[in-house]
Design a protein around this ligand. Structure first.
Ligand code: PHE
Ligand code: ZN
Length: 866
């Protein structure tokens, strides 16, 4: 790392551009690797079987990527070569290279112990572990470290550790060594190696063509009892991908390893998925329903990558959404099938709005397929993943289920074994449907959330004749960094109509909007209908529609589309709170009455009621205010939101104890959707009850809890009213040995501290003996907790900003990737008042002025500042 990093601007000279893509000069026919593991000096020998590519026949240099490697020797067809690497790799001049196939052998030394960036080969709790996506393989050996260079790997590992794993199938082993061969060509980012003292939870799966696959989840001794759910989820995922997408697994073994120190959630390395342990390990005592659901989804996600990502990979990193958007979409479908589609959709949209809409509205906005980057790790974002998944969903809506299935079959058969692009992806849909998708492609190239304005007209029919109802839409996408001009997009708008008595008079129909402004007529109506627009959230747009609180309450009571029913409740709550904060009409009574009716309606799924009961978060409200041109006042937002909770609790005071008791069950804990829904509603109601009884019921619930979901629900309710000290202490006493559980303890305190205490508390948590700067989960628990504490983080004197910046700078020296991710806490600065803006930008400038700043954090701070 250089000691002086130039300031990063929008046109950073270090930027890499999609437009500059060039195919690689050579073909890598196969590769053999040998690892002699040692903590401070691991020796990596590589044999690369190369030949010039057809396009590059003749004289061409060979460029290999390589970082932080000590080159021991380099041989070309057996001949020693004396070349000195530069800081980012090695160039073999053209006059050294044969115009025919040749073998390049390298030997390098690397230092896994000092690798705190957790990229390349590193150590975690005494085990060796690799992380190569996106560009980590170049920290293991000299290589063409780009996804369009795919090859077959043979790997030998030498170490005294008992478990030695790599990709593909095991081929041979003996005391102190093991060999693996992966028959499927893959890019280097899918390489993985694990060595450690691990134990396996085993099972097997027989594929649709009758092949038996040995499944293993590798964990540290003592964690075996927490693997059952992940294994169950894996088997269901394998079955689902056969049934729904016709995709069969293609190796003899499938291994999953849990590691404690990991920058991301998990990684889809071929045949050897590596997981952040918090997304594998679960049992009723230590994991919440949300943990169980997330484990199921991430196990599925990584498994699904075997086809969407591994068998068909990305040509270059600009195409990241090709594998991520599609794989997120697939894991969302899977979770919906396993649980409830409506509930899953509501949760996914809530996340999309909280994270992706927020990103799209700020300085970090970028297209689903970006055109340039400085550090690709900074583009594993909600936009690439979650909005990327929305684009797949829209495409499916536009072409229909049957054509979607055909297009996917064509995609798999046409591109299997290839490194593909978004153009390839869209082409299969064009070929199957005959549609022109050039307008749809704008969704990939243009950033920003379109704003969809709606107006309506009702023409009463002549006496005895039917009336005509017209919906008119206008789309507008505000400018985003580097993109001033936006073009109209194709937007699928799912609409249904309700009659005045609440019956559905027109079932869902998808209107296809392609112009800036467009009207759609509904004829033959006997009375003016109430529209239910954007059902199922059929497009990732911001629906701007002036409608009355009464109409929202009507839809909340009657809409047949559960998503829009939720949406009516959410928008009613939001409008009520925005009105409270901006001096608008008082909508509290309408809101409280509508919500109370919903909560009491036992015909509705408890999970649905729990989600609808949840008020918009403080950050959501800040976003809503700024969309309407108001400056958000964090303290006022917090007070208004809490006052609304008090009002609702007061109105329900007579019902709460009975409702809560009615949701209790004496069946043992099961992490299924039904039980999770009940517990989720129960926790929401307990939080209201706690606002009335000072915590009596919550304390009882905490003491009686026999599962983590109920314990966390009760603890959250207590912390939220400034109580819970004794419970926190009891929790820590019971769980202090358990890293994953203690992350919850750190996170809850940071996120729920009173605004005037949050900064001091977080500073204390960071000084706690259990705080570990090298562990990304712990850092995110504490500082992600702080940034989730809206009023605490945005304290008027800037102490929250200062504390976060201090710790980002500290973390950056060890782990740039994690520091850069957490720095997005600052992305909302343009929303706030001039004083806060000045305070945040001063912190960003301080970060930018830090000597030795990483490319990762430098790019993020620079983009936020631009
Ligand atoms: N590809 C991983 C996933 O989506 C995410 C990841 C990216 C993990 C980079 C590690 C590093 O599942
Ligand atoms: Zn993924």
């Amino acid at each position: 790392m250089s000691s002086e990093t130039p300031p990063v601007t929008a046109a950073d000279p270090r930027s890499i551009w999609l437009a500059d893509y060039q195919p690689y000069s050579h073909v890598l026919d196969k590769a053999e690797l040998c690892f002699r593991l040692a903590p401070k000096g691991t020796r990596v020998s590589a044999r690369l079987h190369l030949r010039p590519s057809a396009a590059a026949r003749g004289r061409h240099v060979l460029r290999l990527d390589g970082e932080a490697l000590r080159l021991v020797s380099l041989r070309l067809d057996g001949q020693l070569i004396d070349l000195t690497p530069d800081p980012t790799g090695l160039t073999l001049p053209a006059d050294l290279l044969p115009d025919a196939p040749f073998v390049l052998e390298t030997e390098v030394l690397i230092d896994p112990v000092s690798n705190t960036a957790l990229e390349g080969l590193y150590m975690s709790n005494g085990m060796y572990c690799s992380q190569c996506e996106a560009q980590g393989f170049r920290k293991i050996t000299f290589w063409p470290d780009r996804p369009d260079v795919m090859t077959r790997y043979t790997v030998r590992i030498e170490s005294d550790l008992p478990v030695l794993l790599s990709n593909g199938n095991p081929t041979a082993s003996g005391p102190g060594w093991a060999e693996w061969h992966d028959p499927w060509p893959k890019p280097s980012y899918l390489f993985a190696l694990v060595a450690g003292d691990l134990v396996a939870c085993r099972d097997s799966f027989t594929t649709m063509s009758g092949r038996k696959v040995d499944l293993a989840i590798w964990v540290r001794a003592g964690d075996e009892s927490r693997c059952a759910w992940a294994m169950d989820s894996l088997i269901r995922s394998m079955k689902w991908d056969e049934e729904v997408y016709g995709r069969e697994y293609d190796l003899d073994v499938f291994n999953i390893v849990a590691v404690d120190d990991f920058n991301m959630g998990a990684m889809e390395n071929k045949g050897l998925n590596i997981f952040n342990s918090k997304f594998v390990l679960a049992d009723a005592e230590s994991a919440t329903d949300d943990d169980f659901a997330r484990i199921e989804a991430i196990i599925a996600h990584e498994y699904f990558h075997n086809w969407t990502g591994n068998r068909i990979t990305c040509r270059d990193w600009f195409q990241l959404c090709l594998k991520e958007g599609l794989t997120v979409f697939r894991d969302q479908q899977f979770s919906g099938d396993m649980r409830s589609h409506a509930v899953k959709r509501i949760e996914d949209v809530a996340l999309l709005r909280a994270r992706q809409f927020r990103e799209d509205q700020g300085p970090l906005a970028h297209p689903v397929r970006p055109e340039s980057f400085v550090e690709i790790n900074n583009f594993y974002t909600a936009t690439v993943y979650e909005k990327g998944a929305e684009l797949i969903a829209m495409l499916k809506t536009l072409v229909g289920d049957a054509a979607y299935a055909k297009a996917l079959d064509l995609y798999f058969s046409r591109h299997d074994g290839e490194a593909a692009t978004i153009e390839d992806w869209l082409k299969v849909f064009e070929d199957v449907t005959g549609r022109d998708l050039s307008q749809f492609k704008r969704w990939y190239s243009e950033a920003g959330t379109p704003r969809l304005e709606v107006s309506e007209a009702w023409e009463v029919g002549e006496a005895g004749e039917a009336g005509v109802y017209t919906l008119s839409f206008t789309q507008h996408t505000p400018p985003t960094p580097g993109q001033k001009q936006k073009n109209p997009r194709v937007i699928p708008i799912a609409v249904g109509l309700l009659g005045p008595n609440g019956d559905e008079i027109r079932p869902t129909e998808v209107l296809e909007m392609t112009e800036v402004q467009q009207s759609f007529r509904f004829e033959g109506l006997t009375a003016r209908p109430v529209p239910s627009i954007l059902r199922g959230f059929s497009a990732p747009v911001l629906l701007a529609r002036d409608s009355s609180a009464a109409e929202r309450a009507f839809l909340l009571a009657h809409d047949t589309d559960l998503f829009n029913r939720y949406e009516a409740g959410r928008s009613l709550a939001r409008e009520m709170l925005v009105a409270q904060l901006t001096g608008g009409a008082d909508l509290r009574a309408t809101w409280a009455a509508a919500l109370a009716a919903l909560i009491r309606d036992e015909s509705l799924d408890p999970a649905f009621r729990a989600l609808t009961l949840r008020l918009p978060s403080e950050d959501d409200l800040a976003q809503a205010l700024s969309e309407r041109g108001h400056l958000p006042d964090p303290e006022a937002i917090r007070s208004a939101r809490r006052a609304a909770q008090d009002l609702l609790a007061g109105g329900l005071s007579a019902d709460l104890p009975g409702l809560i008791a009615g949701l209790a069950s004496d069946r043992p804990f099961l992490p299924d959707a039904e039980g999770a829904g009940r517990r989720s509603l129960s926790a929401g109601l307990l939080a209201l009850q706690t606002r009335l009884d000072g915590g009596a019921a919550a304390r009882q619930a905490f003491d009686a809890a026999d599962n983590m979901t109920s314990a966390i629900g009760a603890l959250t309710a207590l912390l939220d009213i400034g109580a819970g000290g004794a419970e926190l202490a009891a929790f820590a006493a019971r769980w202090q040995q358990d890293r994953n559980v203690m992350d919850k303890w750190f996170m809850l305190q940071a996120a729920l501290a009173a605004p005037d205490q949050a900064v001091e508390l977080v500073a204390e948590l960071a000084a706690h003996p259990g705080f570990d700067l090298k562990n990304p989960n712990r850092f995110r628990a504490v500082f992600g907790g702080l940034s989730a504490n809206h009023a605490g983080f945005h304290r008027a004197d800037g102490a929250g900003y200062r504390l976060l910046a201090d710790w980002l700078i500290r973390l950056d020296a060890l782990n740039p990737q994690s520091a850069a991710r957490v720095s997005a806490a600052f992305e909302t600065w343009p929303r706030y008042d001039p004083a806060r803006r000045a305070l945040i930008t001063a912190e960003l400038d301080r970060i930018l002025a830090t000597p030795g700043l990483s490319r990762d954090l430098g790019e993020m701070a620079g983009r936020m500042r631009a």
